[in-house]
Write a protein that binds this ligand. Structure first.
Ligand code: SF4
Length: 468
């Protein structure tokens, strides 16, 4: 049932114009409060959170209850994220902390550190006997590791926190690193969801954007991954890479449709400050990135969505289409978006435990030094206020297209139509809101630009005033 609310937003208003050009900066909303507000002074809050047992319904942290809690227990579910920061080459659009120059002994030292870090967490009260429900290997390039290195890492992880209750293990892979032998090893260690970083099928586009792989490697890796029966294969694409054209994008979409992956994640190209593309812009005194404007990128994603829908896929978020939503889940995203604990290990990785966000040291050596000294390598943290946790979860829910008002009312104690009356009225005035029965959501047009719309929900102190 809709709750009538009063706001100062006029019934009809014009949305801020689609800014045509792509300029430097982060566009996507992936957490809240924004990372820039996480601070070293809050690390003691994180350390204190580790000494408490996991949240139970009825305590302050019961607001962290998630849909996943209904499975086996009513304790907040636990997920693991392991960051593998190695790549064969640095892509020009990459903004992650990656290393292309580490030899096998340095890689082994890093894997030892991951396990040492996990060992410290495994003995903390925050784990409370929980076993991970989902695991995510991200990077960087997890498939950069050899089969032996992968077995060493995962055997160690399983000894510390057994995987017998795991519902999903996701593993990011760069097609050019995948021999048949390695794919089999990845399958054998328990990976259920293989995520292939394809990005594009045109060899010139791949090359000019600094990708290490080519289209031939995509075809070979995908065929073998299918043959050995990964339960789910996701492919990543990027709309708006350097030198992208309408025709090339259409060809890429056609090839992706022909592959019939279980899911497809399509990003719109953003150009953060720590990318090679931005360095080139700076050197040339340019303010506008040499990639398509935002309106074009949204049109390209919309085109891809419509092509996939023609063959039966369903749009399940601002970045995803899924072949069979009844079968294909993404447990990691479900947990991340609904307040699960995410124990994150590795250089620069982000996690969330017992109500506190945290991030590890973002440079290799300080990370290793901290772990080797027997300390947790956390360098900044933030304990969000209860209203910020609500805001975070509601915004992330909207990225999926629509949410249940009753779910949030039950979990956070206030109807979202009351809690977020002003930004919802703004979205409505701009023509992007859908509100019917229990469901609050956004139109397709809104979904294609959801990240800029979410800035309307930010608390005033967190607004940057930036619209893309
Ligand atoms: S493969 Fe991924 S993580 Fe590695 S450099 Fe390219 S974009 Fe960055």
């Amino acid at each position: 049932m809709s709750v009538p609310v009063t706001t100062n937003v006029p019934a009809k208003a014009t949305a801020p114009p689609l800014r045509h050009e792509t300029t430097a900066g982060n566009y996507f909303v992936s957490n809240y409060p924004p990372f820039g507000f996480w601070n070293p002074e809050f690390v003691p809050d994180f350390q204190a959170a580790l000494e408490r047992p996991p949240a139970q319904p009825g305590t302050r942290n019961s607001e962290l209850e998630t849909p996943l809690t209904h499975h086996a227990s009513r304790i907040t579910p636990l997920g693991l994220y392991a960051h593998i920061p190695f790549c064969r080459k640095r892509c020009h659009f990459c903004y992650f902390k990656v290393y292309t120059d580490k030899d096998s002994s340095e890689v082994r030292g890093y894997l030892d550190a991951l396990l040492a870090e996990l060992t410290v967490y495994a003995s903390k009260p925050v784990i409370g006997g929980r076993k991970p429900r989902f695991i995510y290997f991200g990077g960087g390039t997890p498939s950069y590791l050899s089969p032996d290195q992968l077995r060493f890492l995962t055997d160690g992880m399983k000894r510390l926190l057994p995987w017998d209750e795991v519902e999903e293990v996701t593993f990011e892979a760069e097609p050019g690193t995948l021999t048949d032998h390695k794919l089999q090893a990845i399958r054998d260690l328990g990976v259920t969801r293989l995520s292939l970083g394809i990005e594009h099928f045109d060899d010139h586009i791949l090359e000019i954007n600094g990708r290490a792989h080519r289209s031939k490697e995509i075809a070979r890796a995908y065929a073998y991954a299918r043959e050995i029966g990964f339960p789910q294969i996701n492919i990543d694409l990027i709309a708006g890479m350097v030198e992208e054209t309408e025709d090339k994008w259409r060809e890429t979409v056609a090839k992706a449709v022909e592959m019939r992956p279980d899911s497809v994640t399509i990003y719109q190209m953003e150009v953060p400050f720590n990318t090679g593309i931005y360095q080139q812009m700076k050197a040339g005194g340019k303010l506008v990135a040499p990639v398509a404007d935002w309106e074009t990128k949204r049109a390209w994603v919309d085109y891809a969505y419509r092509e996939f829908e023609k063959v039966g896929y369903t749009v399940t978020s601002g970045t995803t289409v899924v072949r069979d939503p009844a079968k294909v889940k993404f447990v990691y995203r479900e947990g991340l978006f609904s307040g699960a604990d995410i124990l994150s290990v590795g250089v620069a990785s982000f996690g969330h435990l017992n109500g506190v966000h945290y991030q590890n040291h973002h440079e290799f050596q300080p990370y290793l030094d901290a772990v080797n000294a027997g300390k947790l390598p956390v360098y900044r943290a933030l304990r969000p206020a209860a209203d910020e946790l609500y805001l975070r979860e509601f915004m992330l829910g909207l990225k999926l297209g629509s949410v249940s008002a009753a779910h949030y009312t039950q979990k956070f104690g206030t109807d979202p139509r009351v809690q977020f009356a002003t930004p919802l009225a703004t979205l409505k005035a701009w023509g992007f809101l859908t509100d019917s029965g229990d469901r609050i959501g956004v139109t397709r047009e809104g979904l294609l630009q959801i990240d800029r719309l979410l800035h309307e929900f930010f608390k005033p102190e967190h607004k940057t005033g930036r619209y893309a």
